[in-house]
Design a protein around this ligand. Structure first.
Ligand code: G6P
Length: 617
């Protein structure tokens, strides 16, 4: 995890680095720091525990203006060592070299032992500090040549890293490298920048170079040289980003999460655009090899983490119920280590907002190694991410940048993508009639309006949230595709309001959770009119009989009757279809957790202990 930003420019770099850090805060926010080379040629550093705003305040209070034209900065999500100022990056050795790091150095303990023997003193508990000492030692070996020192240093490192390095030996040079963690170079006019992702640099440039695994970049204000992992000079192309600077700004919203919830109708439109005709799905939207791959497959294996995993769980119902195609879904952190058996002709589908989640990426690599030739497809929101580079087929969700740690619009567009995937495979394998395909496509076209209408219930949901805020536990119930939606609802509540929440398939209530029910535990149920509705209604009676507080989200046809004050029924939508139902019913659950968190006064966009992009195990 963690976020890196850096640059070499003629202007004062400090505000650019601070703005970059703010934009990377979603990657970690327990501490941060900046190191610059001053006009006197010395390394100057400011670090702070807490959010970037605290770093900013500290910088404003420095005795002399904290300014420089070359520097590196970092926002941290603690892995090795508690969140504390002395563990914050940049790490410095001998006032000579400073480094920022994203990733984990797996052999840091061995390196540390040797460095202590060599006489290096450690001032932090981090794995990164070994990199700073190693650079110092390699600078000696290379007579102060920073590029050579970085190239030699990475030879000692096992694990994942993106590094930004400056040293007083060559005060005009920034060296950056990556292996297993993302890093982009922003190309300005007479200036260059580095960052963990493009969003950090959008205020200063839209031109980017994506480094390959093992690349080392030597960056001066007027000169960029890139060397591959063998030290050979290479050219990497410049890509113009279509993202605009203000697409990651808050606008009129109080939180990114709120903004992103309300962007969902547009995110669905953008994700469907160019992927469907009026009556069918364009198979080629999944890549030029999609048709031949889809024709062959007999099973689907979905792998993902967190919210993306819940999207996969919904899709399993679709693949098996609508297409009759076997589909398994597993969290990546389990899949990668349990030596799974994958049947022949399986399509491996990874789902990820960031495309950089360490477990998902490792699971994909593991599967490719165990089953050479396996076809892989990723549904991802980040073009140029590791997952998109390493998969045979890529489908980009066009959700736009998602900044709030709790995923909302990315989830919705993942579901849209999975519905398109299911339909495309059904079309190629003739498991769907033309009429059925047309019905699905028309349903998807109605989604933006359905979501828009569901969003109109915000005021009602705000009122319901009031009765939640003093609770310590909640239960979410659903059946069929509404079970993973209940899981997602419970996860959202946990993540941002810190209320313990569990989801159950409603039919399991009597096998345990019913024992928990009393007036202190609100129960949220999702009740669309489908073939399981009557069974769900019986489950709700079981809760009611035990005095539990019920909140039921239903559609027009469900007719769940509310006959007492403890029983709120919200008609969240009109009648919805098999595919549109889970996507639409998720919206009120997002709003519910948002408003509960708001009442509780938690940090909605950056909840404690979490990070948006989990690039470590
Ligand atoms: C973290 C985020 C979640 C996200 C999960 C998987 O836990 O906080 O919002 O669902 O990682 O991330 P991915 O980028 O792979 O979808």
């Amino acid at each position: 995890m963690c976020g890196i930003v850096g640059g070499v420019t003629e202007r004062n770099l400090t505000p650019i680095l601070l703005e970059g850090l703010r934009r990377l805060e979603y990657r970690g926010y327990d501490s941060s720091g900046i190191a610059l080379i001053s006009s006197e040629g010395a390394i100057e550093r400011v670090r702070s525990l807490g959010k970037i705003r605290q770093l900013n305040d500290k910088i404003e209070r420095t005795e002399h203006p904290f300014q420089g034209q070359i520097g590196i900065a970092h926002t941290r999500w603690a892995t090795h060592g508690v969140p504390a100022e002395q563990n914050a990056h940049p790490h410095i050795c001998n006032n000579r070299v400073a480094v920022v790091h994203n990733g984990i150095i797996e052999n840091f303990a061995d390196l540390k032992e040797k460095q202590i023997e060599q006489g290096y003193r450690f001032t932090s508990e981090t794995d990164t500090e070994v990199v700073a000492h190693c650079l110092d030692s390699e600078l000696d070996n290379a007579n102060g040549d920073l590029l050579k020192a970085v190239q030699a240093t990475v030879e000692h490192l096992d694990g994942a890293y993106a590094l930004g390095v400056i040293a007083i030996d060559q005060p005009d040079l920034l060296v950056a490298t990556r292996c297993g963690s993302p890093l982009v170079i922003g190309v300005g006019i007479g200036e260059y920048f580095i960052a963990s992702d493009v969003s950090a640099l959008l205020p200063v440039t839209q031109q980017f170079i994506f480094l390959d695994e093992g690349d080392v970049a030597s960056i001066r204000r007027d000169q960029l040289q890139i060397f591959d992992k063998d030290g050979e000079p290479v050219e990497r192309s410049i890509v113009t980003s279509s993202l605009s600077s203000h697409s990651v700004e808050l606008g009129e919203h109080r939180h990114y999460m709120h903004k992103e919830i309300f962007e969902q109708p547009q995110a669905v439109i953008d994700t469907l655009q160019g992927r469907i005709t009026d009556s069918s799905v364009l198979v080629s939207a999944f890549g030029h090899r999609a048709e031949s791959i889809f024709a062959e497959i007999e099973n689907i294996q979905i792998i993902a983490c967190g919210t993306s995993y819940h999207a996969g769980m919904v899709a399993r119902y679709w693949f098996e119920d609508i297409l009759g195609l076997p589909c398994s879904v597993e969290v990546a952190s389990e899949f990668r280590y349990r030596h799974p058996v994958i049947r022949n002709k399986t399509l491996l589908v990874t789902i990820s907002q960031s495309g950089e989640t360490a477990d998902t990426l490792a699971a994909l690599r593991e599967a490719k190694q165990q089953f050479p030739g396996i076809a892989s497809l990723t549904i991802c929101n980040a073009p140029e991410s590791s997952l998109t580079r390493e998969s045979n087929l890529v489908f980009l969700t066009h959700a736009g940048p998602e900044i709030g740690v709790a995923s909302t619009k990315a989830f919705t567009t993942q579901l849209v993508a999975l519905a398109l995937l299911m339909t495309a495979i059904g079309q190629v394998q003739k498991r769907l009639t033309e009429q059925r395909e047309k019905t699905i496509v028309h349903g998807l076209q109605k989604l933006p309006t359905l979501i828009q209408n569901a969003l109109k219930h915000e005021e009602t949901i705000k009122q319901i949230a009031l009765s939640f805020a003093d609770k310590t536990s909640a239960l979410f119930l659903g059946r069929g595709t509404m079970f993973p939606i209940a899981m997602e609802g419970a996860l959202k509540l946990k993540e941002i309001s810190y209320i313990h929440a569990e989801a159950y398939p409603a039919g399991e209530l009597k096998h345990g959770p019913l024992a928990l029910i009393d007036e202190q535990i609100p129960v949220v149920a999702i009740a669309p009119k489908d073939e399981l509705l009557e069974k769900l209604k019986s489950n709700l009676q079981e809760v009611k009989a035990r005095g539990g507080q019920m909140i039921v989200f239903e559609d027009e046809g469900s007719c769940v009757s509310s006959d007492n004050d403890n029983f709120h029924v919200v008609k969240a939508t009109t009648n919805v279809g098999r595919i549109t139902a889970p996507i639409t019913f998720n919206i009120p659950l997002q709003l519910l957790s948002y408003h509960v968190a708001l009442i509780k006064g938690t940090d909605v966009d950056q909840p404690r202990n979490l990070a948006k992009s989990v690039t470590v195990e």
